[in-house]
Design a protein around this ligand. Sequence first.
Ligand code: GLU
Length: 579
Amino acid sequence: MIRPGLTQIISLLLLSATASGSALAETTTSVDTENVIRTAVVSSNAMVSAANPRAVKAGVDVLAAGGTAADAAVAVQMMLNLVEPQSSGIGGGAFMLYWNAKDKQLLTYDGREKAPASATPEYFFGDDGKPVKWWDAVVGGRSVGVPGTLKLLEHVHSQHGRQPWRDLLLPAIVNAEVGFRISPRLADSIAGAQERKLDLFETTRNYFFNQDGTPKRAGTYLKNPEFARALREIASDGSAPFYSGRIARDIVEAVKTEINPGELTLADLAGYNVIERPPVCVPYRAFQVCGMGPPTSGGLTMGQILLMLENHDLPSMGPSVEAWHLFIEAAKLAYADRALYMADTDFVDIPEGLLNKDYLTERASLINTQMAMQKAEAGVPPQDSAMRFSPDTQIERAGTSHFSIVDQYGNIVSMTTTIETGFGSRVMTNGFLLNNELTDFSRAAEKDGLPIANRVEANKRPRSSMSPTIVFKDNEPMIAIGSPGGSRIINYVTKSVIAILDWGMEPQAAIDMPHVVNRNGSTDLEENTGAALHQADLEKLGHEIKVRKLTSGLHAIVIKDNELFGAADSRREGIAAGF
Ligand code: GLU
């Protein structure tokens, strides 16, 4: 339905949403979840931008009934789990930024999956004693980390929620019981994943494929009674059944796959904890750009790129070859530091000076405005840690979702949520897919005699690239944004933030603007877009160019003059809506 590079107009009418505190069950926001046309969405009170219209409707209904952003996040995530199961859900992990308007406080929550207690740095080694290939590690229970998303939602709801937990799960339960139509994007994903073993395990095969083995097509009615049952238990008893009850036992059984069996135990599930971490904020021109700290590399790497680019007058350059050259070079330098230093800080010390302004000014001086550098080397930040590492060459694949929510009280959620690659480990239980997040660890444990910071260790959280972001001006929030896209996420989000802050673009235009990506290698330009037109000029500067499909899933809300401006990535099938 929606093709990359094509700006599709989706209009969404919210006819009867009210901000009055009517009971949730009685509230109806008339969101057309099947036929949508995109326009810039402007609202005055509250808004949701997410990857699927049903999920957006579930969230807007909660907000219209007086719920907070934390309440809406529960409804949105549960519905995404049902209708966009390939990307996120309770079988996975997430990071959430929460702006608490009353206390003017930014909180960041780490619901990242973690490795089982039995895991060692050799976790992904084959019989030959060498690390297995990425793909060979993905399929089966071994790549499944202890899921964190459900506990994260419960935790945040207990702190910031107003609506009863059980009500928030109801929309997903009803849709799972009554059924929903497979969206075009989900259908494409199922068909595309067939050759990548999506039909290997019986439970998963039965859900996504017809009896004759063909992938279920767009428009097919799908019911998920097992998921409804699990959610009903979670609705009445919270996360307990999942972490220490019936569902926990099912998860432990499910990961014992014939190929790549996992080692998750009931104790691993029972021991999972959500971690509140300090936000990572950098001043960028007149703004504060805040993100999530390790175990994601998102906040630090974005911060490095922005602090390096601050040395250049991007606002007067506009989105030109000159500006893209600087963006690419800054990204190379930041990704070099990322590869060497960034990992779960509960296990490795990372240099405190990674965001030191003098250090990054010095790093920025390595940028030659007339000539692309080859591969960048990591720098030596001040207050370097005593630990010495080798760089990680790990790449992450795209299969994640981001949503942004603003409620009528001014609270904000910016949450990126994942089961890692599309359809995760392919292992399904209770109607949801289990993640393959452990392949976000380096499969190699060391290189040249030095350990790799992001190697597997017991109870450690794999390094992520997820970059849920909130931007502030004069201490007031002005942008909530994030994206899926594996390690390209950092480029997608940074580009969009620059487009809004430096180039004055409207959020929809900023998101839809063609992507230019560099992760300290060749430069990706988005195919079938204006970006590809820069190929010759960038090659003249010495860049190695690859033109390719770049399927971000940016979902943003900009707050300006007491209005909310919602934008949803045209490359996927999401929308923004509010009242
Ligand atoms: N697993 C990746 C990460 O945590 C995200 C994958 C994706 O965006 O598709 O960074």
